[in-house]
Design a binder for this molecule. Structure first.
Ligand SMILES: Cc1cc2nc3c(=O)[nH]c(=O)nc-3n(C[C@H](O)[C@H](O)[C@H](O)COP(=O)(O)OP(=O)(O)OC[C@H]3O[C@@H](n4cnc5c(N)ncnc54)[C@H](O)[C@@H]3O)c2cc1C
Length: 391
């Protein structure tokens, strides 16, 4: 799906994007939705989703064609994540985190690193995780303590990364570590660490409120010696690469929020036509209709903002200026996740007591929506980012 800068003057999806959405929706409904409740209930990895996504080349669509990928543009990537999240938020972390983990390599890695790590990702032989957060460095990520010390032709890494999505399942990890403690964010470098590198191990899976099918674990780096050419970009540029990555990938979290909210709205729309009280479907009551109208309005506003951000992401990826991507990425993530939280909460409300039980998918969607307000920077942090980058 090759594109040019001018294709992204409009935020409207093309016919090709619409076809992609139809294809992903059919696949997600047939092969991912049937397992969503079980994956949540058992807090297990959605292997069926991974298999279906890999079989249909949808697990890492963002990888450029020159490295064996489909070269999907930012909007196409958003659509894939949106449609998977519509039925199972946990499963949508597969394409989303594959982009998050590998984008530092795509943005700043050497040709050698790109060839070595993107090809297995594109083939579906390996997944990629992103290791920025630590137990004492969350919103203040530059306060990280993990160290990488040069020793001849190697770096030796020591530290603990926390909250790492797909840890233990991914083969590859982009790890941010301090190479010069004096320089704070300018003394942080990025590396590719492999699961099989001696000294890499994982903590127990976190017991979470939502996205229970997506494994979140600590990553322990205990004297992990890696060749110096596994550094992504120059020494001291790792934090800048990590932040540049988030400019693009916050849009994928917005996509996840859109998908979750759309799933909740679709379900509630059907339910209000079936459920009768006072002798008629509850959807006949204006109070219920107004709730649905507000939900649809917020969702569409969030979608337009997200697609506008995706257009900017693509223009930057194609070599355009930085534009206002930082503002738009933060705004899309913040707005769409807040909207998803409101929409899923209202959808639970529309099902009354039934919405509050696990017999219906809405309480899961409401729990899943919550994480989109927290990760890749909390929504308070997004507001800081927006305020510093006002358009
Ligand atoms: C399920 C899950 C998956 C994750 N996956 C990954 C991953 O794959 N890779 C990765 O690197 N990280 C990951 N994270 C980490 C995530 O990005 C952090 O949790 C997040 O950035 C917040 O950091 P924290 O949890 O340390 O909260 P804290 O930074 O301790 O924040 C606590 C509260 O204080 C507020 N706060 C902090 N500073 C300010 C400020 N200056 N102004 C106003 N309010 C402020 C926050 O908004 C929040 O409400 C994941 C987290 C979760 C829960």
């Amino acid at each position: 799906m090759a594109s040019s800068v001018n294709d992204f003057d409009l935020y409207r999806p093309s016919e090709e994007h619409d076809m992609l959405r139809d294809a992903v929706r059919s696949l997600a409904e047939a092969k991912i939705a049937p397992y969503a409740a079980e994956v949540d209930e058992e807090a297990r990895f959605p292997q069926e989703a991974l298999d279906a996504l890999v079989a249909n080349d949808l697990h890492a669509v963002h990888v450029p064609e020159s490295y064996g990928g489909s070269g999907a543009d930012a909007l196409a990537t958003v659509i894939v994540i949106e449609e998977v999240a519509r039925v199972c938020a946990s499963s949508s972390l597969i394409p989303a985190v594959n982009k998050l983990g590998s984008l530092p390599v795509i943005l700043s890695g050497s040709e050698e690193l790109k060839k070595r790590y993107l090809a297995p990702l594109a083939k579906g032989d390996a997944m990629f995780s992103y290791c920025l957060s630590e137990p004492d460095a969350g919103s203040d990520a530059a306060g990280m303590k993990t160290k990488a010390v040069r020793d001849g032709d190697s770096y030796v890494l020591n530290g603990v990364k926390r909250w790492i999505t797909n840890a233990g399942i991914s083969e590859y990890y982009t790890v941010m570590a301090v190479t010069d403690p004096e320089k704070r964010s300018k003394g942080i470098s990025a590396f590719v660490v492999e699961k099989s590198d001696p000294g890499v191990s994982f903590g127990a899976p976190e017991k979470k409120l939502g996205i229970k099918g997506s494994p979140t674990r600590e990553v322990y780096l205990d004297n992990v010696r890696i060749p110096a050419d596994r550094m992504i970009g120059a020494e001291g540029t790792g934090f800048a690469t990590a932040m540049k990555t988030l400019d693009h990938t916050r849009i994928t979290i917005a996509a996840q929020a859109l998908g979750i909210a759309q799933g909740a709205l679709d379900y509630a729309k059907g339910y209000v036509q079936e459920r009768k009280q006072f002798g008629k479907p509850i959807g006949d009551f204006q109070g219920v209709q107004f709730m649905l109208a507000d939900m649809a309005m917020k969702l569409e506003a969030a979608r337009q903002l997200t697609y506008a951000a995706a257009a900017r992401s693509e223009r930057v990826a194609l070599g355009g200026g930085k534009e206002d991507l930082t503002f738009f990425g933060a705004a899309a993530k913040c707005y769409a996740s807040d909207a998803a939280m409101e929409i899923t909460t209202d959808a639970v409300q529309l099902l009354g007591g039934y919405g509050y039980t696990r017999d219906y998918p809405l309480e899961r969607m409401m729990r899943d929506a919550k994480i989109t307000q927290i990760y890749e920077g909390t929504n308070q942090v997004q507001r800081i980012v927006m305020a510093r980058n006002l358009p």
